[in-house]
Design a protein. Structure first.
Length: 256
């Protein structure tokens, strides 16, 4: 019974993705599943459309900036919570993960009002700020688990031998956490790159990420170009998930 439920859930999750990727190889100008003839026509269309290319690079830049800032900030926060265990540390961890409790639409409207007051609407800085808040919960859990796996005795030994705490962090803790840092960065990058609900509230025609560009493209026309772009995003996401799995990141995110 449990196996049947797991198989059913797997089919429900993967079926839409498989259908989109399958349809992206159709030679027809409509959304049909190719059974005999396959074509890369719509991939050529997607890669020759400037809007998708510009949106891809914007999404990559946004995801990279948001991930780097998030990793830098959450590493310090996680280190303080794990090593010093201040009063209320559990409440602080809950606070850092609280964005997960807010519906995406509500968060998008709130961020729109916030960045608009700061004069950052439809600017990259505003998008980076919003994406940092969105990915912090995942980064801090991953980095907290990584820091718990690093023996604290090694840090004390480094300080006893003359290293300052800052020097110890750079020369001892960071190298030992390198794998966890890369894992957290890849996971944050993946989440930021594919985020659409909040982003759509904060962008105008001149600043559209790839998911938003796909959404606006579909409001004007419907053709398999969207399926080809979506398939490319699936391939990129799959590559990052495989990298995360190889580095043990998905297992680490499931631990406390």
């Amino acid at each position: 019974m449990i196996l049947a439920v797991n198989i059913l859930m797997l089919v429900l999750v993967l079926a839409p993705v498989v259908l989109v990727v399958w349809m992206s190889f159709t030679p027809s100008a409509s959304f049909v599943l190719p059974l005999t003839a396959f074509s890369l026509r719509w991939y050529r269309e997607a890669l020759s459309y400037p809007g998708f290319i510009d949106a891809f690079f914007l999404s990559a830049e946004l995801a990279a900036l948001a991930s780097l800032i998030t990793i830098a900030l959450t590493f310090l926060a996680a280190y303080g919570l794990v090593r010093f265990r201040p009063p209320g540390s559990e409440a602080l961890m809950s606070f850092f993960t609280s964005p997960l409790l807010v519906p995406a639409v509500v968060f998008g409207i709130a961020m729109l009002q916030f960045v608009n007051r700061l004069g950052l609407y439809n600017r990259l800085a505003g998008l980076v700020l919003a994406h940092v808040v969105l990915v912090v919960p995942f980064a801090i859990r991953s980095l907290a688990a990584t820091l718990r796996s690093v023996p604290e005795d090694l840090e004390w030994a480094a300080m006893i031998l003359g290293r300052s705490r800052a020097g110890m962090l750079v020369r001892v803790t960071l190298p030992l956490c390198a794998r966890g840092l890369v894992t957290a960065f890849l996971f944050c990058f993946l989440l930021s790159f594919s985020e659409v609900t909040t982003t759509i509230f904060m962008t105008g025609p001149a600043l559209q990420t790839l998911p938003v560009r796909i959404y606006t493209y579909m409001s004007d026309r419907i053709d398999p170009t969207v399926a080809a772009v979506s398939a490319l995003v699936v391939f990129i996401s799959l590559a990052l998930v495989v990298a995360l799995n190889l580095m043990g990141g998905l297992r680490r995110l499931g631990t406390r």
